[in-house]
Design a protein around this ligand. Structure first.
Ligand SMILES: [Zn+2]
Length: 469
């Protein structure tokens, strides 16, 4: 008998809001696509009984770090373990991201935006439009789909931040902003400024919860203010995350952390923003070092964390317990009057930062009835697919869609299986995927293929369409 399909997932609860499906059904995969959904009578080379589990479109994490600057190579394995099938790397440098994808790929698809960083990809904190066009062209040729403004870490002037978004819009490129400029800190005021500087241009505004930490008052009141600002800017697409920890670089130079965000977090914990302050903060457990254990990063404080930080010459990831719980939960679940989510997506800012918690914490909100299962799929599949210009092929399980599927054990709030373009990546909790596929602009395709990676071609102008368009 001929086998018509490569994979059949039998008797799972298929949750696919785009196609209005929320029922027990079979899902068959063939040639990297969803081939049939419903009562599937044919046979497959691999059949899996997933009764009792949820079968959903592959999870898309729209904010991760997989670069030498932040996150690092282990992020591929950590994302695969978390059931993620597609991830947007939110900083670059692009050459480091492609390098780690070739050496540490675990079968995921990824895209990358490259940072606009003074002294690295631009000459100063006030680059002009022509310099930004050149920066974008170099990033695209190397495989990045756009640019990241790293305001909270390496701020630009207000004017240069605005120019970056204008240039991205002009070129049909993706652009994201971690709020903050040389004039304005990373808080709800900085977030308002980012939205104003976008001036109607498309923008992915990163990790809304990190502007609502209650440093200047009530964290919940700040979350409400953030929701109000987003409501006034339909050109702004946003995500928030659920983890209590943030994620920073621990790298110090000339006696102090390089990143402004790292300095601020030390001060918040009562430590001076210096080398010595970092040592004390790690020892005290306020700063948790991302220590590599069994191929993944684990939060580690005390003497063990300090030894790892020193062994890395300070160039290692660090997290602080910076995020109060109330705004994290509120921003993940709040809706606009029309019923759509106030913050478009749930992401993690994870990858190599150990907080890949879309299932563990996101499904806790489902357990609490704060988010419906369909709402969860909307936030971690449908909305990010749309932002990336991939709605036709990802974020749903219609016949002909990419065979990106995540199978979730709802009771344990854990991904148990995943497939990317039909190939198994996670099998019963074990990472079995290999390689990496990158979403790249047309002009970066040959370069990325030449590195040995598969490519998906992004359509310029298809990304970050405004709400209602
Ligand atoms: Zn980030």
């Amino acid at each position: 008998m001929t086998r018509e399909y490569e994979v059949i997932l039998r008797n799972g609860l298929v949750v696919d809001p785009v196609n209005g499906r929320h029922e027990v059904a079979d899902v068959a995969l063939a040639d990297g696509k969803v081939a049939a959904v419903g009562e599937v009578t044919g046979q497959a080379a691999a059949e899996h009984d997933v009764s009792g589990c949820v079968v959903m479109p592959g999870i898309i994490d729209a904010h991760v770090h997989l670069s030498p600057w932040l996150g690092g190579a282990p992020g591929h394995r950590m994302l695969a373990q978390a059931g993620v099938t597609f991830a947007l790397e939110m900083a670059g440098p692009i050459d480091g991201v492609t390098k780690f994808a070739t050496t540490h790929g675990c079968g995921l698809s990824i895209a990358c935006i490259d940072y606009v960083r003074p002294g690295h990809t631009v000459t100063s904190n006030d680059p002009g439009a022509d310099e930004l066009r050149d920066t974008l062209a170099r990033a695209r040729a190397a495989g990045a789909i756009g640019l990241k403004i790293l305001g909270g870490h390496f701020p630009l002037t207000r004017e240069a931040s605005a120019r970056t978004m204008a240039v991205a819009a002009e070129q049909g490129a993706y652009v994201a902003f971690h709020s903050g400029t040389v004039h304005t800190p990373q808080n709800v005021g900085g977030m308002r400024e980012s939205c104003e500087l976008a001036d109607g241009n498309p923008l992915h505004l990163a990790h809304i919860n990190s502007y609502t930490r209650g440093l200047d008052g009530s964290a919940l009141a700040e979350a409400e203010e953030a929701i109000d600002i987003l409501g006034q800017h339909p050109n702004v697409w946003s995500e928030s995350y659920l983890a209590p920890i943030n994620g920073n670089s621990g790298k110090c130079a000339d006696g102090a952390p390089e990143s402004v965000a790292t300095q601020r977090n030390l001060e918040r914990g009562g430590f001076p923003p210096t080398d010595a302050g970092m040592v004390e903060a790690i020892r005290a457990g306020w700063a948790q070092v991302h220590v590599l254990k069994d191929g993944v990063h684990v939060l580690t404080g005390g003497e063990e964390g300090l030894a790892a930080w020193k062994a890395a010459g300070s160039d290692i990831g660090i997290s602080f317990y910076a995020n109060p719980p109330e705004p994290r939960m509120h921003l993940a679940t709040a809706k606009r009057p029309d019923g759509s989510f106030a913050v478009d997506a749930l992401a993690t800012d994870g990858g190599g930062i150990p907080r890949n918690d879309l299932c563990s914490r996101g499904l806790a909100l489902v357990h609490l009835d704060a988010l419906s299962l369909d709402g969860f799929v909307q936030k971690v599949c449908v909305s990010p697919a749309r932002a990336l210009g991939l709605s036709a092929r990802k974020g749903h399980l219609g016949v002909g869609a990419d065979a990106d599927v995540t199978v979730v054990d709802l009771e344990r709030r854990k991904a148990v299986k995943s497939f990317v373009h039909g190939a198994p990546v996670l099998m019963d909790g074990e990472v079995v995927g290999q390689g990496c596929r990158m979403l790249v602009p047309p002009e970066g395709a040959d370069h990325v293929r030449g590195l040995g990676l598969d490519v998906l071609i992004a359509e310029p102008g298809s990304m970050l369409r405004p709400r209602g368009a």
